[in-house]
Design a protein around this ligand. Structure first.
Ligand code: PEP
Length: 248
């Protein structure tokens, strides 16, 4: 079963979110057979959790690693846990625009799993790093730093997202072969860090300009277990089309 996650980023007012979910609920039979996750802005979590079809899951786009306190503008695991099953951590926009270092992302991964939630840990290289053929080096550095002290038992709760930064919101997706190579490399690292039995069932999503046009070919790749979708998840029709084409 593929996991198809919508990352709405900083988009949709309450009414827009409600309209989307009502429409998606109507299409729920068409999208059965996949795990579907919606990650809306925090302001929509409460309402969406009330109106969504039971087969839809909810995730947060970010979270701080302390339970409470003087952290203006942040949101805690206890707050997220009231509505969400998943939390995106280490998205490249958090890394690049908000300067989140691997060390913080590691703390977030540990905090998310320690609260019984599932992190979607994003890793990926920039265009410059790709040009310098440093993709694998970057993936290894990010993965190892973000998974420091994550036990073999805890890793089973973690979902991975390979999101090449050059592909996010650019309309330039990784080719199926590029995605497969990166995913296989990530699974190989996880095998070395943990074990083959543990690494094989872990989900590695691809993210970066996924559309209804490229989803079918990408999902056919052996190590692509689903998608993290930004732009194309904002429109119900294109999101439903992607899910329909992503049967695994
Ligand atoms: C994302 O933000 O995680 C993403 C993959 O965006 P897009 O699909 O728009 O490239």
């Amino acid at each position: 079963m593929a996991l198809i996650a919508a990352n709405w980023k900083m988009n949709k007012t309450l009414n827009e979110g409600i309209t989307f979910i009502n429409e998606l609920n109507k299409n729920i039979d068409d999208v059965s057979g996949n795990e579907i996750l919606i990650c809306p802005p925090f302001t929509l979590l409460n309402e969406i959790s009330k109106i969504k079809h039971e087969n839809l899951k909810i995730g947060a786009q970010n979270m701080y690693y302390e339970e409470s306190g003087a952290f203006t503008g942040e949101i805690s695991p206890l707050m997220v846990k009231e509505f969400c099953e998943y939390v995106i951590v280490g998205h490249s926009e958090r890394r690049n625009l908000f300067k989140e270092p691997n060390q913080w992302i590691n703390k977030k991964v540990l905090c998310v799993v320690n609260h019984g939630l599932k992190p979607i840990l994003c890793i990926g290289e920039t265009e410059e790093e790709k040009k310098k053929k440093k993709t694998n080096e970057v993936l290894e550095t990010q993965l190892k730093a973000c998974l420091k002290n994550v036990s073999e038992n805890q890793i089973k709760q973690v979902v991975f997202a390979y999101e090449p930064v050059w592909a996010i919101g650019t309309g330039k997706n990784a080719t199926p072969q590029e995605a497969q190579d990166a995913h296989a490399f990530i699974r190989g690292l996880l095998t070395d860090m943990y074990s083959q039995t543990t690494a094989r069932p872990l989900k590695i999503l691809y993210g970066g300009s996924v559309t209804p046009e490229n989803a079918a070919e990408l999902i056919q790749q052996k190590d692509v277990d689903g998608f993290l979708v930004g732009g194309a998840s904002l429109n119900v029709d294109s999101f439903v089309e992607i899910i329909k084409k992503s049967k695994k």
